[in-house]
Design a protein around this ligand. Sequence first.
Ligand code: MF3
Ligand code: CO
Length: 249
Amino acid sequence: MVILKLPEEIERLKTSNRIVAEILAELKDRVKPGVTTLELDELSEALSRKSRVVPAFKGYHGYPFALCTSVNGEVVHGMPSDRPLVSGDILSLDFGVIYKGYVGDAAITVPVGTVSDTAERLMKVTKEGLYCGIEQAIPGNRLGDISAAVQQHVEAAGFSVVRDYVGHGIGRNMHEDPQIPNYGVRGRGILLRPGMVFAIEPMVNEGNYEVKVLPNGWTVVTEDGKLSAHFEHSVAITENGPEILSQMQ
Ligand code: MF3
Ligand code: CO
């Protein structure tokens, strides 16, 4: 069941997602060779305390950290570690908070030092794919319009869309209906209505779309070991079109 949000609920989601965006921006500024992802995780917790919000991921189905840090061939749910980042890595930072009972959720992928042309292009295409999907988040469209727009952009660039993990509705719970695949068919799926709030989050692989989960039970990696990128925004569907709640102003 897709839960429509009232204007006052959207206001809370705006606040939670704005805080997520601000914290992601601070984390991004810290990323450089030599920094560890555990340090970034600790910073995300400190910044959450400062903003008086609760990290949404920590304890979620037993996840032990506030932040997901997915490096290179890690797709999503990478766990912070004491391995220092090195120039050439790409790092996905996925973060969420709860503010007055409402969840914010967003992700970015950033370069560490200097990265390959392929890595740059993968990040650029993934971010563009997210925005192609967001453009379709308008009343009267269907869910498949979002999915197909992401897929088309990504595949036209020669990359592939992860199938096993998808975006989601968001509100009082981090994961609400509907599921939002990054592949699909235009004109199919539920009708989009004002008051729906979606976390749209393409995960894009350099090689094929197959992924597997590491023995730690969390970290999703590409099966072929090639790079993967991930961008996510939480977006409200309004009468006037999509409103990105997790955008840095
Ligand atoms: N942004 C991720 C998602 O949308 C965060 C969930 S990871 C977990 O699914 F650690 F919280 F489980
Ligand atoms: Co999400």
